[in-house]
Every structure is written in structure tokens, then in C-alpha cells.
Design a protein around this ligand. Structure first.
Ligand code: 5GP
Ligand code: MG
Ligand code: MG
Length: 182
């Protein structure tokens, strides 16, 4: 039995689940990007854990780069208007860019980022999201090409995802006990 953090009420994705999901995504991406000029871009900080696993599950040559964005306001819901606080080091013109995201909620953040990146004329620009909160009856601003798993419309932590910068190091994805928030 895997150990679970005492603040976690319920584990949604175990380490074994995550391993299987990432392995499947890596195989799919390896197939699709064979012979291409793949650049993985992770959005800091949440996506770093997934990035580390996903890049090792991909067998074709690739480069990696990172971006950091900050949403205006600290609320739980994103406005979609973001400021790039750390830009890419790499020129992505003519390259096959795959944005690696921890979780897609409204998709507004990524939508904004993709518009900005598309001006740099990559050969292709797609998204690999580990989790997708595709709430029924709601449009996501971005259609991810690769999705690890569908996530219920709850606030989740672990596997890179934080609550007030904590819990990113949990090896599972789970829901916190209500008392943790108060
Ligand atoms: P969006 O712009 O898609 O609404 O928001 C996406 C970002 O919000 C994610 O990259 C992540 O940083 C944060 N986010 C959305 N849902 C959750 C969640 O359930 N847990 C955590 N920890 N962060 C989330
Ligand atoms: Mg993120
Ligand atoms: Mg966060």
C-alpha cells in the first residue's frame, strides 16, 4: 500500500495510475513526432513533475524549454490574462512545439499563451495535458491533442500541483481534507 499524506482525503490517481497514463502518452507522442523537430515546453511550476516523467517516456529526439506566467490576481479561477514572467530561451520558429501542462481547467491561461507563441511561427503547436477538467456543458478554450486523464471538477493537489505552494511533491494526485483550507 502506498503511503498517503495525512492532509489528503482521497487519492484520485495513484503512482501506478500515473505511470500507466504517462507511459501511454509518451508512446503516442513518440509515434506522432518521429522525424519531427520536437520541443517540449513546460509551464512552470506545476508542470515540472509531469515534464520530467513525460520526457523520459518519449523515445524520439527532443529539446525542452520552460516558461513562467503569472495570472493577474491570486484567485482560484483564472482570468486568462497572463503576463510572461520567464520567456523561452529557445527560438521555436519552424519547430514542432508541444506544450506540457499539468492540468487544464478553463484553458484560458493556455489559450492566451498559445496565441502569443503562434506569433513566433512554430511548424506546429499542440498541448499535452496530464489532467483535463472537462466539465460537462462548459467549453475549454483549448483542445489538448493529448490528454492523460479526465479530472472531476474538484481542486486537486500533488504530482506538481499545489495548494499555496505546498503538496507539489506528493507522488499521487488527490483531494485535500476540507479542514486544510480553513
Ligand atoms: P485555466 O486557465 O485552465 O483555468 O487554469 C489552469 C491552471 O490553474 C493550471 O495550470 C493550474 O496551475 C491551476 N489549476 C487549475 N485547476 C487546479 C486544481 O484543481 N488544482 C491545482 N493545484 N491547480 C489548478
Ligand atoms: Mg499549470
Ligand atoms: Mg498553483
Amino acid at each position: 500500500m502506498e503511503s498517503t499524506h495525512p492532509d489528503v482525503e482521497r487519492v484520485l490517481f495513484s503512482e501506478a495510475d500515473i505511470k500507466e497514463i504517462v507511459g501511454r502518452m509518451g508512446a503516442e507522442i513518440s509515434r506522432d513526432y518521429a522525424g519531427k523537430d520536437l520541443v517540449l515546453i513546460a509551464v512552470l511550476r506545476g508542470a515540472v513533475v509531469f515534464m520530467g516523467d513525460l520526457m523520459r517516456a518519449i523515445t524520439c529526439p527532443l529539446a525542452i524549454d520552460f516558461m513562467a506566467v503569472s495570472s493577474y490576481g491570486e484567485g482560484a479561477k483564472s482570468s486568462g490574462v497572463v503576463r510572461i514572467v520567464k520567456d523561452l530561451d529557445m527560438d521555436i520558429k519552424g519547430r514542432d512545439v508541444l506544450i506540457v501542462e499539468d492540468i487544464l481547467d478553463s484553458g484560458l491561461t493556455l489559450n492566451y499563451l498559445m496565441k502569443s507563441l503562434s506569433h513566433r511561427k512554430p511548424a506546429s503547436l499542440e498541448v499535452a495535458a496530464f489532467l483535463w477538467k472537462d466539465v460537462e456543458g462548459r467549453e475549454t478554450a483549448v483542445e489538448p491533442k493529448y490528454v492523460g486523464a479526465h479530472c472531476p471538477d474538484e481542486f486537486v493537489v500533488g504530482y506538481g500541483l499545489d495548494f499555496a505552494e505546498r503538496y507539489r511533491n506528493l507522488p499521487q494526485v488527490g483531494v485535500l481534507k476540507p479542514e486544510v483550507y480553513s
